[in-house]
Design a protein. Structure first.
Ligand code: PMP
Length: 406
């Protein structure tokens, strides 16, 4: 019945009907970005056809309407993650910009010798901004290790926390391994020491229900395009009290209260962090995506993707020479793997010829792949619209590719 419900949703995704190389498309690169439902595509189209105007500035009718639509989206996103206030919802370009914003505002206030803890399984977006801060301010970056299954070693994590730890920044779900981290436990641990926690939710929001009040995290970052919304827009959630204390980052229009050449005062939250004209159509469509996903029901999505994960994993393990990287007990619909004697890249090219889109490479998470002794993996990742039939096609394509390459 769950399978049928999800299959019915497929018809809302126009792209999924297309072919590639003359074959039906099997799209298993969902961790990179997911396809969009009609509701999202239509909302962007409608915005440009009927409402386009700059927001927050005009007295004229259209500007008011566009502003209302954009602010409605903020409220939809607030509900989506159950934030306390829409002041805590900052529109940004994506997860990458959200983390850079925190590094350049909250992070600016750190002193040489202060410590930030990340984990070994972070995406580069949650490594490089802290390294840049290290080079600029002399902060220390500490890295929590992962075990052979791709799970965080919580005892080692705990041992890294010290007097000078000022922030813990970890991913909710690893894009390279699929590991779902015990983030609530991490937040509780951090708060015992009054350390704020940033969660990289890029891979989590499309796969499981996120409640920032329940998690009690201090920051939560995610991208629109991975949760059925458009590219070019994402969200930084931050607790109001923390955001209030943080200096602004980018300066410009919209983020000010009064400007003279002598002194400028800044706008209130959330606008303090939103300089310049934003991605208005994308923001509105992100609100639509959030509501659409909530209506589908994230518990159902998580359950269905878990069915696909188990179904695919079982068949993959029957392929000779197959090694799946990341066997966490709590795992999202991501399978990262290597095959003995076969380059991930070659595998990716061959299955593409058969219509199957997977990702190959380092998945912007080089350190954790090195930890597992590989430079690249192939990765199949699932979304709510994928089917068991598609898994069968993928497995068949893998067998064919293996026969051709070995
Ligand atoms: N963090 C994780 C865990 C991701 O998977 C990604 C995207 N692959 C990012 C951060 C960066 O997201 P974006 O490129 O949308 O800013």
């Amino acid at each position: 019945e769950l399978a049928q419900q999800m299959r019915n949703l497929r018809s809302e995704f126009p792209l999924l009907t297309r072919t590639v190389h003359g074959k039906s498309l099997v799209y298993f690169d969902n961790s990179a970005t997911v396809q969009k439902p009609d509701a999202v595509i239509d909302s962007m189209n409608r915005y440009y056809r009927e409402q386009n105007a700059n927001i927050h500035r005009g007295v004229h009718y259209l500007s008011g309407e566009a502003t209302d639509a954009y602010e409605k989206a903020r409220e939809q996103v607030r509900q989506f993650i159950n934030a306390r206030s829409s002041k805590e919802i900052i529109f940004v370009r994506g997860t990458t910009e959200a983390i850079n914003l925190v590094a350049n505002t909250f992070g600016r206030q750190l002193k040489a010798g202060d410590e930030v803890i990340v984990s070994m399984m972070e995406h580069h977006a949650n490594i490089v901004p802290w390294q840049m801060l290290r080079d600029q301010l002399g902060i220390v970056l500490k890295v929590a290790p992962v075990d052979e299954d791709g799970e965080l070693d919580m005892a080692a994590f705990n041992a890294l926390i010290g007097e000078r730890t000022k922030l813990i920044s970890v991913t909710h779900i690893s894009n390279a391994l699929g590991t779902i981290n015990p983030v609530k436990q991490i937040v509780q641990l951090a708060h015992l020491h009054e350390i704020p926690v940033l969660l990289d939710g890029a891979q989590a929001v499309p796969h499981l229900a996120v409640d920032v009040q329940d998690l009690d995290c201090d920051f939560y970052a995610f991208s629109g395009h991975k949760m059925y919304g458009p590219t070019g827009v994402g969200i930084l959630y931050g607790k109001e009290a923390l955001l209030e204390q943080m200096p602004p980052w980018q300066g410009g229009g919209d983020m000010i209260d009064l400007v003279t050449f002598e002194k400028t005062t800044y706008a209130d939250l959330p606008h303090k962090f939103e300089a310049g004209t934003p991605a208005i159509a994308e923001g509105i469509a992100l609100g639509v995506a959030a509501e659409w996903l909530t209506n589908v029901g994230l518990d159902k999505v998580a359950a269905w993707e878990d069915v696909l994960l188990k179904y695919a994993t079982q068949q993959m393990l029957e392929i000779p020479g197959m090694r799946i990287i990341g066997n966490a007990q709590h795992k999202a619909g991501v399978i990262s793997f290597v095959m003995d004697g076969v380059h991930a890249q070659d595998l990716g090219v061959l299955v593409d010829q058969l219509g199957v889109a997977i990702r190959t490479g380092h998945h912007c998470a080089m350190p954790v792949l090195h930890h597992f002794g590989v430079n690249a993996t192939a990765r199949a990742s699932f979304a709510l619209y994928n089917t068991k039939d598609e898994v069968d096609s993928f497995i068949a394509a893998m067998h064919r590719a293996r026969d051709m390459l070995l």
